[in-house]
Design a protein around this ligand. Structure first.
Ligand code: HEC
Ligand code: HEC
Ligand code: HEC
Ligand code: HEC
Length: 507
């Protein structure tokens, strides 16, 4: 008891300013200040839920670092909005931080999960599938399933007024909002037409009419959320065939995008096939299924024999998915090859279709370098994949950004562990939505960095790292068995196969 009192006495002076800070933020929010800062609540609502009629954003429950960064951008004019610029310039750095913490801590009832609403139409198509012909991924890939947000840098879209979402996409198009991480949204917005903007804002957002007399944001679930384009066949999605064949195609696609749910017996990590074969296996230069289907059976150096497509995919489960191979004829493999065959319809039988596999880059001018790769990683990859390569889950706990190394990633036997293959994939497809933007040198360097970290053991491990390297990882393409920073890679790997860990940290 005495110790507690003593501790309180010592802590006292430190606790007090925190309380004052909270109070002063609360005062700014509800009453503003004599220095001419208007009450935040007058526009954002007393509960921070925004105003759907006027398109003022929800602030409650947004990540504090995101709010703080936006207040800075609004004060510095990187983000232009007459109403908010006038407010932000009057705030001190300390007030920005305290207000960010205040709003981040406000409870926010997530609005209805978007998938309960209309699943078709142009808005849903962009939100759930993107438009890969223009390098636009699904909005939900970066903003989380149903737009709940990912980590501290990818804000939720759910609960934002549709008018606000629309205004922000237009602001990126017009250049009045910029300076955001990696310029991701500027690039994405530049590919959207006026009707795309309207449709996708309607899909995620709270409609004006839902706000009633109070600030919006806590709108009830509603049907038919996707406005423009309702009823049109979604572009880029050919209608699924009917009958049993169509069911197998659909199951194959589901397994490909979510094997942890649809093929869970064979999966040992938090990855999906589509993490490495983008756009659900359709994207050229990310080893698309249509090009694979017409190339098998084929000889493979890895196994020294001719393999059917199903045998090839058995290997994907064992190595890339760090799981175990489904037996030949298993519905998992049959559905996956049915899906591949459907994607390949109309293609000619040819093992060398342009776009097959990952591109092979010319050798770099300078020998690939771990340190340079670490720098590229910190600047262009850590935002999503995490500083420790651990990946991130969204705020609903669904896998969002895959793990690049560690226990939740592919094992040492997987193709992505080859620096040549990783460099080709990364050059063509990363940073996400900005494929092709790295130099070849950067791609080689960062691939070397990614492939120089521990991951689950090679299932073919002989008991000796040196021997396993000699048998399966000989040559400059593999870091397995190589010493990096005093550690021999492969010497401290967790055993291959399922790990108890979930889809990734959520922060
Ligand atoms: C006069 C109305 C008004 C007042 C008062 C106001 N805001 Fe805003 N706020 C807006 C508008 C409008 C936007 C959207 C700006 C844009 O379109 O870029 C906004 C945007 C924001 C954003 C960005 C949100 C996001 O999701 O990116 C933050 C953060 C913010 N306001 C915080 C505050 C704080 C804190 C206060 C009180 C100190 C405040 N606002 C007072 C109108 C207001
Ligand atoms: C490659 C990742 C990525 C994809 C895909 C993506 N976004 Fe974003 N988005 C971001 C990031 C990062 C931010 C935060 C920007 C900042 O910090 O200013 C953001 C912010 C936003 C905001 C501003 C939210 C706010 O509170 O102000 C809107 C609106 C938005 N995105 C809409 C979309 C829509 C619609 C799509 C799909 C067409 C989409 N985004 C796809 C990365 C992405
Ligand atoms: C805006 C977020 C984002 C950024 C930035 C980003 N990635 Fe990714 N990355 C993803 C997503 C999302 C996927 C999965 C693709 C999918 O499912 O559509 C992915 C997949 C991958 C994969 C294959 C999956 C795996 O676990 O091995 C590798 C390798 C990869 N990224 C490397 C990189 C590298 C290297 C960089 C930096 C040059 C980078 N990424 C930058 C989001 C990002
Ligand atoms: C960690 C990344 C990763 C994951 C996850 C992954 N793959 Fe792959 N996949 C690769 C790499 C690397 C290759 C070889 C590409 C090359 O040779 O250019 C490949 C090749 C393939 C091929 C042969 C392509 C061709 O043209 O020869 C098929 C088919 C395939 N994968 C299916 C799958 C399936 C099905 C899953 C899920 C069960 C899956 N992959 C999961 C990385 C991955």
């Amino acid at each position: 008891m005495q110790a507690l009192l003593a501790a309180l006495l010592i802590l006292g002076p430190w606790v007090a300013p925190v309380t004052t800070a909270a109070e002063s933020a609360a005062t700014l929010v509800t009453r503003g200040s004599s220095r001419g800062i208007p009450a935040c609540a007058s526009c954002h609502g007393a509960t921070g839920s925004g105003n759907a009629e006027l398109g003022y954003p929800r602030l409650a429950g947004l990540p504090a670092p995101y709010i703080e960064a936006q207040l800075e951008a609004l004060a510095a004019g990187r983000r232009q909005n007459a109403l908010m610029n006038a407010v932000a310039v009057k705030l001190s750095a300390k007030q920005r931080r305290e207000l960010a913490q205040y709003f981040a801590a406000l409870p926010f009832e997530p609005v209805s999960p978007v998938p309960a609403r209309a699943q078709s139409g142009a808005g849903a198509e962009l939100a759930l599938h993107g438009r890969w012909s223009q390098n636009v991924p699904a909005c939900t890939r970066c903003h989380g399933e149903a737009g709940v947000g990912v980590g501290e840098r990818f804000p939720p879209l759910a609960g934002q007024p549709s008018r606000y979402i629309e205004s922000q996409l237009l602001a990126w198009q017009q250049g009045t909002r910029h300076g955001e991480p990696l310029g991701l949204m500027q690039g994405i917005a530049s590919h959207l037409s006026a009707s795309d903007v309207h449709a996708v804002a309607a899909y995620f957002g709270v409609p004006p009419s839902a706000s009633g007399d109070a600030p919006g944001g806590d709108a009830p679930p509603r049907a038919g959320g996707a406005a423009a384009g309702d009823g049109e066949p979604p572009p880029g999605e050919r209608a699924l065939p009917d009958g049993e064949f169509g069911k197998a195609v659909l199951l194959g696609r589901r397994i490909f995008e979510d094997p942890a749910t649809y093929a869970k017996d064979y999966v040992g990590n938090a990855l999906a096939c589509s993490n490495c074969h983008l756009d659900a296996g359709r994207r050229a230069d990310s080893a698309p299924l249509w090009a694979a289907f017409v190339a098998y059976p084929a000889y493979r150096a890895k196994t020294h024999r001719v393999e059917s497509l199903e045998e090839r995919m058995q290997g994907c489960f064992k190595y890339s998915m760090n799981g175990k191979s489904p037996p030949l004829g298993d519905p998992v493999l049959v559905s996956l090859s049915t899906y591949a065959s459907w994607l390949a319809r109309g293609e000619r039988v040819d093992p060398n279709l342009p776009g097959r596999g990952y591109p092979r880059l010319p050798k770099p001018a300078l020998a690939a370098d771990f340190q340079r790769g670490a720098r590229v990683y910190g600047e262009k990859c850590a935002l999503c994949h995490g500083a420790g390569g651990e990946g991130q889950a969204d705020h609903g706990g669904h896998a969002a950004f895959p793990a690049l190394w560690g226990a939740r990633s592919f094992n040492w036997g997987a193709g992505m562990g080859s620096i040549t293959l990783a460099a080709g994939f990364i050059k063509a497809n990363m940073p996400y939505s900005e494929g092709g933007s790295l130099s070849d040198q950067e791609a080689w360097d960062v691939a070397t960095f990614v492939d120089s970290h521990e991951r689950p053991q090679d299932p073919r491990f002989t008991g000796s790292v040196a021997e396993t390297r000699a048998k399966y990882h000989d040559g400059p393409d593999w870091m397995y068995g190589v010493e990096v920073g005093g550690h021999v890679l492969g010497s401290d790997s967790v055993p291959p196969g399922p790990t108890p860990t979930g889809p990734g940290p959520t922060h």
